[in-house]
Design a protein around this ligand. Structure first.
Ligand SMILES: Cc1cc2nc3c(=O)[nH]c(=O)nc-3n(C[C@H](O)[C@H](O)[C@H](O)COP(=O)(O)OP(=O)(O)OC[C@H]3O[C@@H](n4cnc5c(N)ncnc54)[C@H](O)[C@@H]3O)c2cc1C
Length: 365
């Protein structure tokens, strides 16, 4: 394609994937325009806390961001420990030697992940059009519009609190079928939610049960763990990469391409990593390299997550306790999770046998 001046890139969607792509391309000297259909960056989210997982690589995720040219200039709280309750109510303390994850805020507020990425992009000269869906593709295009449908949903409350920081979760099909309930407190902000991978029609009942559970176990909503200004939030996620993520000059990244952690829904790293792979392919002048790159970096990992999900779902309430005992017994849960999340030959072999049995997973690499 003949070019005058720096090459141009259009990005559809200003989530972590779209903004990571914009930052990466702008650093390489490209003229980048981002379209965001919502009126503000991060408006898909509501100030809820999310975990930037730090177990799937040996190195630290914040360092990885720096190597991509992204400064972790967002508010983040490292957590080396999470307590997970099993269906019988027994608590399992899972500890890592280094942070298992960083809690970050999502949404349009200052210091959120979304706003920090926005500021970095704009400081690099990226043009951002808010409240405008992306026009039809013309030239190079990163498609980062997030999920168009969902096979996981989360429903909960965001609140302010004076309680000390802490992270708790519960594996129980009564609270969150095939998923988990969670309660997160960091820096005066709290988030409590049920994250369902099945039985979506039960979501309100599950949220009510989740609130009652954490109230009974931890005093949520009482003087022990006060909830000020609770606001509802919710959203969906999609794990199911298409057969192809690149079509001519259009490269799909993040959840727009179905890149998401099929096991527990930790999609932020998938989103940013796929964006970096796509831009790096564009920078070589051979966008079709993206297809090979995401297959090499993400496809086996995704397949491992699907296999893990298949077996996790089969545990059910009778088996979650044993699973949690195994995790909590690990001297370093971060290391344990890295191995558990990692690809392996047996997971490669199991994937074709189980993929059609994982809910709504219509497609896959
Ligand atoms: C409630 C909830 C909790 C979660 N918790 C975690 C967690 O703890 N840890 C974790 O790692 N992940 C979590 N996730 C998943 C994570 O948030 C996503 O995987 C991640 O945000 C995906 O990034 P993305 O850039 O691909 O898509 P999005 O973040 O969805 O961004 C896409 C953007 O594109 C915009 N857009 C859509 N259509 C258009 C269009 N036509 N033109 C222009 N713009 C458009 C949207 O408005 C949106 O701003 C959670 C998700 C939900 C819903």
């Amino acid at each position: 394609m003949p070019q005058q001046g720096p090459p141009e890139l259009t990005v559809a969607g200003a989530g972590p994937a779209g903004l990571a792509a914009a930052i990466r391309a702008a650093r390489a000297g490209w003229r980048v325009t981002v379209y965001e259909r919502r009126p503000e960056v991060g408006a898909r989210f509501h100030g809820d806390l999310q975990g930037l997982e730090n177990w799937s690589t040996a190195g630290d995720v914040l360092e990885e961001l720096r190597t991509w040219g992204i400064e972790p200039a967002f508010r983040h709280h490292p957590f080396r420990e999470v307590t997970v309750f099993d269906p019988a109510g027994q608590a399992h303390r899972c500890r890592g030697r280094r942070p298992l994850f960083y809690l970050v805020r999502r949404g349009p507020e200052p210091e959120s992940l979304d706003q920090a990425l926005r500021h970095q992009a704009e400081a690099l000269g990226v043009r951002l059009h808010l409240g405008r869906p992306a026009p039809p593709p013309a030239g190079w295009r990163i498609q980062a519009h997030g999920p168009r449908s969902g096979n996981v949903i989360a429903l909960g409350l965001v609140f302010e609190t004076e309680a000390p920081d802490g992270c708790w979760a519960a594996a129980s099909d009564r609270l969150a079928p095939k998923g988990y309930a969670y309660l997160l407190v960091a820096g005066g902000r709290g988030t409590v939610a049920a994250c369902l991978f099945a039985d979506f029609h039960r979501r309100r009942e599950c949220l009510a049960a989740t609130l009652a559970f954490f109230r009974e176990r931890l005093g949520l909503g009482t003087a022990r763990l006060p909830m000020e200004r609770p606001r509802p939030f919710g959203g969906t996620g999609l794990f199911a990469p298409a057969d192809r993520a690149a079509a001519g000059p259009v490269l799909r990244v993040g959840e727009a391409a179905g890149f998401q952690d099929a096991l527990f829904g930790f999609g932020i790293r998938y989103a940013m990593r796929s964006a970096v792979l796509a831009v790096d392919a564009l920078l070589t002048g051979e966008p079709e390299r993206y297809e090979r790159a995401w297959r090499r970096a993400l496809a086996r990992r995704f397949r491992a997550a699907v296999v893990n999900r298949y077996f996790y779902e089969r545990l059910g309430d009778g088996g979650y306790g044993g699973f949690l005992r195994a995790v909590a017994a690990a001297p370093d849960v971060r290391r344990w999770l890295r191995r558990y999340y990692g690809p392996s030959l047996w997971k490669d072999l199991a994937y074709p046998l189980v993929r059609s049995r994982v809910r709504l997973l219509a497609r896959g690499p």
